[in-house]
Ligand binder design. Structure first.
Ligand code: CMX
Length: 429
C-alpha cells in the first residue's frame, strides 16, 4: 500500500462521521434561496453542493484546502494532488512515495495505442483523449469489485485505486495524442523517474530548454488541477460518479464537459484572439488599435475570450501565477506583450460595454500564448493539457464523495408552466 492510501484510509472514518454529524446537527437549516432567475440562469450562485478540495471566492479566486493557489505555485502537481485529497501537503518522503507509486502504475496497455491509431485523422485531441480513457475502463477495479459485491464503506478504496491508475497513465496517453494527431513521430518513451509533470513535458518532445519547459508544465498542471465543485467538468464528473459509474466513466464525463468553448476549450479561443490581433496589426498594436479591435468583437456579438467568469470578480490568481512566470522567463515574447496590453486595456472596455459581470482575465487569457512560445502551436491540443491537470481535481473530489458516503445526485426539475403557475392567479370566469 502506498503512503497516500494509508494516510487517506486513516482519515475516512472521520470524514464519514463529520458528514453524519453535520447533517444531524444542521440538517434542517437553510443555506440558499432559489429564485426563478437562477433556475433559468444556469443555477448560478445556488449553494447546493459539497466540495472540500477547494473553494473559489469572488474576491480571492482559487483556494485549495485553505491555501491561496499562488502560495502553492512552486509545488509539484503531485503535491497538489496529495493536498486536494488529504488536506495536507506531503512530507518529502510522502511525495517521493507517491511519485514511485505513480511510476509503478504508469504503463499504458498497448490496446490504448491501437485505439488511438484507429481514430480518423483530424479527430479532435479531446475526443482522442476521452476515447482512450473509456478504452482504459477495461482496467476498472471499481467496476470489477462492485459486481463482486463490494460494500459501500469500501467504495472509496476501489475508486482511489482506479484514480491513481488513471492519473499515472494520463500523461503518456495525452502526449501520444499530441504526437500522433500532429504527426510528430512515434510516442516518446515514458521516464516516470522524472516526476509526473516533467515526464509529460519530455514525452511531448518539444525542441526547447527542457528544464524551463518542465517548470512551465508543472506550473500549468498545478494551477489547473481543481476549481471547486460547481464548474461543468467537476459537476458532471461528480454526478456520473454518484451513480457509481466507475472513475473512468466519471472522469471522461467531466472531461467531455471541459471540451466546451465556454469552459476548458476557451484557452484555444484566447490564443486565436491574440494571434488575430498580432496578424491584423503586424505585431503589437497601439493602445487605440487594440481598443478599436475589442469593440469590433463586442459589437459583432462575440465575447472577449479569457475575460469574465461565472464566480470570480477579480483577476484570476491563476492568470497572475502565469503572468509572474512569463515576466521571469518570457519577457521578450511578443504574444505575451499583447496579452499584457489586453490585460491593461480590455477591462475598461468591458466595463463600458456593461454586460460582463467580471471585466477581469481568467486563467485562459494567457496560457495559450505561453504554450505557443514553447512551440506548442497546435491550439486544439490545449484543452488536453488542461484535462491532464484537471484529472487530479476530479479524482480527488470523487474519492472524497465515496469516502463520505455521498448518495446519487438527483435534484428536482420542474416545467416552465409549473413556474408560471406558481405566480399567476388563475383567470376567473
Ligand atoms: N466578453 C463579452 N461579453 C461577455 C464576456 C466577455 N468576456 N463575459 C461575459 N459576457 C456577457 C455574457 O455573454 C452575458 O451576455 P448575455 O446576457 O447577452 O448572454 C453577460 O455578459 C453576462 O454574463 P456573466 O454573468 O458576466 O458571465 P457568465 O457567468 O454567464 O459566463 C463566462 C461566464 C466565463 C462563460 C463568460 O464570461 C464568457 O463567455 N467569457 C469568455 C469565455 C471564457 O473566457 N471562458 C473561460 C472561463 C474559464 C473556465 O471556466 O474554464
Amino acid at each position: 500500500m502506498s503512503k497516500l492510501i494509508d494516510k487517506f484510509a486513516a482519515q475516512v472514518p472521520g470524514l464519514r462521521q463529520q458528514a453524519k454529524d453535520i447533517v444531524t446537527k444542521y440538517g434542517a437549516e437553510k443555506v440558499s434561496d432559489v429564485t426563478v432567475a437562477q433556475m433559468f440562469g444556469g443555477m448560478r450562485g445556488i449553494k447546493g453542493l459539497i466540495c472540500d478540495t477547494s473553494v473559489v471566492t469572488p474576491d480571492k479566486g482559487l483556494i485549495v484546502r485553505g491555501q491561496p493557489i499562488l502560495d502553492l505555485a512552486d509545488r509539484t502537481p503531485e503535491d497538489i494532488f496529495w493536498l486536494l485529497l488529504t488536506g495536507e501537503l506531503p512530507s518529502e518522503a510522502e511525495a517521493h512515495d507517491l511519485d514511485q507509486d505513480f511510476a509503478r502504475r504508469s504503463e499504458v496497455p498497448d490496446y490504448v495505442f491501437d485505439v488511438l491509431r484507429a481514430l480518423p485523422a483530424g479527430s479532435h485531441p479531446m475526443a482522442m483523449l476521452n476515447t482512450c480513457i473509456l478504452a482504459l475502463e477495461h482496467e476498472s477495479v471499481f467496476r470489477t469489485r462492485y459486481f463482486e459485491g463490494m460494500k459501500k464503506p469500501d467504495y472509496w478504496e476501489a475508486a482511489l485505486e482506479d484514480g491513481l491508475n488513471l492519473i499515472a497513465k494520463i500523461p503518456t496517453i495525452a502526449a501520444a495524442v499530441y504526437r500522433m494527431r500532429y504527426e510528430k513521430g512515434d510516442p516518446i518513451a515514458s521516464k516516470p523517474e522524472l516526476g509526473w509533470g516533467a515526464n509529460y513535458a519530455q514525452m511531448l518532445g518539444m525542441d526547447v530548454d527542457q528544464d524551463e519547459f518542465a517548470k512551465f508544465i508543472n506550473l500549468y498542471l498545478n494551477l489547473h488541477a481543481d476549481h471547486e465543485g460547481g464548474n461543468v467538468s467537476a459537476f458532471s464528473c461528480a454526478t456520473v460518479a454518484s451513480a457509481l459509474s466507475d472513475p473512468y466513466y466519471s472522469v471522461s464525463a467531466g472531461l467531455n464537459g471541459l471540451a466546451g468553448p465556454l469552459h476548458g476549450l476557451a484557452n484555444q479561443e484566447c490564443l486565436r484572439f491574440v494571434l488575430g490581433i498580432r496578424d491584423r496589426y503586424n505585431g503589437i498594436p497601439t493602445d487605440d488599435q487594440l481598443v478599436e479591435y475589442a469593440w469590433e468583437i463586442l459589437n459583432g456579438g462575440q465575447v472577449i475570450p479569457g475575460y469574465g467568469h461565472a464566480v470570480l470578480r477579480c483577476p484570476d490568481p491563476r492568470f497572475i501565477g502565469f503572468h509572474n512566470f512569463a515576466e521571469k522567463y518570457l519577457a521578450d515574447e511578443p504574444l505575451v506583450t499583447i496579452v499584457d496590453k489586453i490585460y491593461r486595456l480590455i477591462p475598461d472596455v468591458l466595463r463600458e460595454h456593461g454586460k460582463a459581470k467580471s471585466p477581469f482575465p481568467n486563467v485562459d487569457a494567457i496560457t495559450g500564448s505561453m504554450l505557443y512560445h514553447y512551440g506548442l502551436t497546435e491550439y486544439r491540443y490545449y484543452t488536453v493539457m488542461f484535462a491532464v491537470s484537471r484529472s487530479l481535481g476530479l479524482i480527488s473530489q470523487l474519492v472524497l464523495s465515496r469516502a463520505m458516503g455521498m448518495p446519487i445526485i438527483r435534484p428536482k426539475s420542474v416545467t416552465s408552466d409549473w413556474v408560471v403557475s406558481q405566480f399567476e392567479q388563475p383567470v376567473k370566469v
